[in-house]
Ligand binder design. Structure first.
Ligand code: PEP
Length: 259
């Protein structure tokens, strides 16, 4: 079964609302010919930039995601945001469990799981990030780490939900460092992730779930990465902050998918 490519730009803590709108205004014409039948293009701005970017993306093929979501409906959770707030702002996707959240803000597989359940219940489409550190890779622990992140992070979800979601495999050592996993290395890990999803949620979920690669993906390596059988797109940091590089990356990813 052909899975639709998904390329999402994670803007992290970059771009004010006006800068974000300028970026998508520049991006829209560059990706206007990307057929939604073969690829989805998503941008994930900061919370204060979401509404303006949602408005600017209306009528285009650029979709909008948030960078986090809280598990509670409302309440005393200073600095957090609820799924209903994101839905009302017109957001479609949400990144959950990014390694920077895990590293700097104490995110765990348990909190990933709670956030994920809230997102799914509200009808948001989750992009769940998993990945190993350099130390874990060098210690031959990659599969054990990813397996646990999947077991605990996706706990209690049903197969259909898992099949419809997006996973982002982001080796922590490749994020923002300029070091990319080789296509072969990334493919090997993506194949492991898909086999683990099959073990936990069945063959159909494993065939349907889209697995993005993330970690210093750029226009120059996107085609080769997405050419790999189990790589269905990318979660992009640095290269998503400029319209021309993000658009070029999207086009090359589509080429890699043979679409
Ligand atoms: C990311 O933050 O998810 C990421 C992959 O960043 P970069 O592309 O800059 O490595």
């Amino acid at each position: 079964m052909a899975r639709k490519v998904i390329v999402a730009g994670n803007w992290k803590m970059n771009k004010t609302a006006s800068e974000g709108v300028a970026l998508v205004e520049a991006l829209k014409p560059l990706v206007a010919d990307v057929c939604e039948c073969c690829a989805e293009v998503v941008v994930c701005p900061t919370f204060t930039t979401l509404s303006a970017v949602v408005e600017a993306c209306k009528g285009s093929n650029v979709k909008v995601g948030a960078q986090n979501v809280h598990w509670a409906e409302s309440g005393a959770f200073t600095g957090e945001i609820s799924a209903a707030m994101l839905k009302e702002a017109g957001v479609e996707y949400v990144i959950i469990g990014h390694s920077e959240r895990r590293q700097y803000f104490g995110e765990t597989d348990a909190t990933v799981n709670s956030r994920l359940k809230a997102a799914v219940a509200a009808g948001l489409k989750p992009i769940v990030c998993i990945g190993e550190t350099l130390e874990e890779r060098e210690g031959n622990k990659t599969e054990a780490v990813l397996g646990k992140q999947l077991e605990d992070g996706l706990k209690d979800l049903d197969s259909a939900t898992v099949g419809a979601m997006v996973l982002a495999y982001e080796p922590v050592w490749a994020i923002g460092t300029g070091k990319t996993a080789t296509p072969e290395m990334a493919q090997e890990t993506h194949a492991f992730i898909r086999s683990k999803v099959a073990e936990l949620f069945g063959k159909e979920a494993a065939e349907n779930v889209r697995i993005q690669y993330g970690g210093s993906m750029k226009p120059e390596n996107a085609e080769e990465l997405v050419r790999q059988a189990d790589i269905d797109g990318g979660l992009i940091g640095g290269a998503a902050l400029k319209a021309d590089s993000f658009a070029a990356l999207v086009k090359n990813a589509i080429k890699g998918a043979g679409c």
